[in-house]
Structures are given as C-alpha cells and as structure tokens.
Design a protein. Structure first.
Length: 365
C-alpha cells in the first residue's frame, strides 16, 4: 500500500468539508479498498474533476456517534448558551459528529445547522420522580402524571424519551424502581403511539427487568442485567448503551454511601464487579450494544475514545469502532459513508483496529 499521506489527519473539519477533495484508502468497517470524493460537503463515489488530494493510503471511518451524551448540562444543572456550544465543540473535536442526547434541561435545537457542530438527536428532559434523582437535571412528576409527561417530552425531542428507571430510595436504603410496572408500560406504549422510542437509566436488577418486559427500546448502563433479562432484550431487539468507562464512578459512589446507606453501597460495588460480565453476556446473546460516554453532568465531554477502548477491551476493536460508528448510525437512522451522505468522516494513516490508543491520539491532531 502507498504510505499514507494526509493533508489533515483526523476528523474532516469544516475547512475540508466543501471540497472538492479526493481520498483513497481502506474502509475500516469492511477492510475493502475504496476511492471517494467530497463535493459540496457530500460524499460521492463518482470522480469529481479538479478535486485536490486530501489523503492517500489511509483508513476511513464515519464520524463517531456518542449514543449517551448530555449537551447543555453540568453538575449544577442547565448551563448557558456559550457553555453549551463549547460542550458540543469539544465533542466534535473528539471526532463525534452525531450525538444522541439522553436528556438535557435546556432545548438545544438552536445549535442545529450551525457550522462546526455535531448533529444532535434529543430525548427532551430526563423524567424522574420528586426527590428521586439528581437535582436540577430532569422534570419531576408523580407516577399518575408519567404518561402525560412522556407525551410532552416526546414532542420536545427528536424521536426519543428518557426515563430514570431507578435511583436510591432513601427510605429503603437501596436502589428501587421509580415507576410502577403498569405505569411504565402505559408510558412506553404512549411514546410508541407517537412514533417515539424510549430509553431508561437503570443501575439495579428490578427496574431493568420490568422496563424490558414493558417494551422499552433501550437501556442505559444496565449493570443489573441478568441472563433472563438479556435474553428478553435479544428477543425484543432492545439495545444497550453500557457507558462502560463512566461506570468507574461506582466505587466512589459506594464509598460516599457507606456510613448512611451500607446496603446501597454494597449493591453498587457488586454491580461494578459484574459490569464487564454483563456486557460480555449481552454481546454473546446478540443484544445490540452502542458506545456512549454519559458526558455532561459531572462527566467531561469529548471522551468517546475512552469508551471505545473500554468496549474494545471487552469485545475487540472492530466491535468497539462499529459501536461508535457505522452500527450506531444505522440504529439511529443516519447515514454513514453512503453516496450523497454529509462528509462526516475520519481519515487516519494507520489501521485504528490495530491500536485504539493511537487512534485516540490521532483524533486530537
């Protein structure tokens, strides 16, 4: 192969997006050699006269997807517009060109169409119960109002709704579901009637089982999944976004809870201990698994490669890159490296499947 020669290694940025440009290399998804052109911000496989060479002998993959991200959210809750914009730019700089925003306290539709911004698919606000989630993050309703709130957030988002499935119940001293099972099913059915998919934050065993059987479309974190629920997810086509790198916060949560909520602390440590086995079992069962960082709140933006590396350690680099790339785009109904698709792509001089650490460095170039 001709040695890689790149004008701009890493994400194809706004300056390169219009073209016309010529790229020759290998598709990471299939391992097949290809030639493509960028013309007026779009990918084409038909030669474009006069195109300048952007890269030769490179490896090509679609821009990354962060399937669990919170733009417009920080630890204290909603942030202002400049901070929101900075968060989105940080994600783009990390190679993320598509975000599934899994709950934000502000409406970020004003970002749509702005140059130098990733595309965002929104889930409206988190839906939680009063005093049963992080303060200032979500909208809080009693179970009797859940269906109406799901319908409201369905109209505010871009095809998704986000429930908080479980959280610590201080009266019990451990994780418990936020919603009665029948109420959750009615809410999921109401969202589906509007053509909207539903996902849920779930740490423990009980809520995730109830929600999967209620027909939910996706589970976030999913540390409490057992073999029975995993099998049901595979049967129903329920997706999992495990946020593996983010789960490293569990021991710290347990340490803080030890004195007042020892049962909860022990539970969080047990969930953390089994996190990798859960993801391995889900993948083995055929559950669709995607990469998400949980950026926003207390988590920094732009950490998609840490999540890719974490998934790569479990299932291999090819699986991990697909979970943040071509498979995630198909799941969300967005194009990858297709004819006529937006020129949201990454080119690197070496095979990223061979060294995900090197890929992390290159994306920042």
């Amino acid at each position: 192969m001709t040695p890689a020669r790149l004008v701009a290694p890493g994400l194809i940025g706004a300056a390169q997006r219009e073209g016309p440009w010529y790229i020759q290399g290998t598709l990471v998804e299939t391992g097949e050699p290809t030639e493509l052109w960028i013309d007026r911000g779009r990918i084409t496989y038909a030669p474009v006269p006069g195109a300048a060479t952007l890269a030769v002998g490179c490896w090509i993959l679609p821009g990354f997807v962060d399937a669990h991200c919170h733009v417009g959210l920080a630890a204290e809750g909603a942030v202002d517009k400049p901070t929101t914009e900075a968060q989105a730019r940080t994600d783009l700089d990390a190679g993320i060109t598509l975000i599934r925003d899994a709950g934000s306290p502000i409406d970020t539709h004003w970002l749509d169409g702005q140059p130098g911004m990733p595309a965002i698919i929104r889930a409206g606000r988190h839906i939680a119960r009063p005093q049963r989630y992080l303060r200032n993050f979500g909208v809080e309703v009693d179970p009797a109002d859940l269906v109406a709130e799901v319908q409201r957030q369905a109209r505010a988002g871009d095809g998704w709704v986000k429930l908080v499935g479980d959280w610590i119940d201080r009266a019990v001293g451990d994780l418990t579901p936020l919603w009665p099972e029948a109420t959750a099913k009615a809410a999921i059915d109401a969202a589906h009637a509007l053509g909207v998919r539903v996902t849920a934050h779930c740490f423990g065993e009980e809520a995730v089982s109830q929600l999967v059987h209620a027909g939910i479309d996706c589970i976030e974190h999913g540390t409490g999944l057992d073999t029975t629920t995993i099998a049901e997810m595979a049967r129903r086509g329920t997706a999992l976004v495990p946020t593996l790198d983010n789960l490293k916060i569990f021991p710290g949560i347990a340490d803080q809870a030890d004195a007042k909520y020892p049962r909860y602390a022990a539970h969080m440590r047990a969930l953390y201990a089994h996190r990798v086995a859960v993801v391995e079992a889900a993948i083995a069962a055929g559950v669709a698994v995607y990469a998400g960082t949980d950026a926003g709140g207390t988590r920094p933006h732009g950490t998609i490669m840490a999540e890719v590396q974490a998934l790569g350690a479990v299932a291999g680099p090819q699986f991990a890159l697909g979970a943040a790339g071509w498979r995630a785009r198909r799941w969300l109904g967005r194009p990858g490296l297709d004819e006529g698709a937006p020129a949201d792509l990454i080119v690197v001089p070496t095979d990223p499947r061979a060294d995900l650490t090197a890929r992390a460095q290159l994306v920042k170039a």
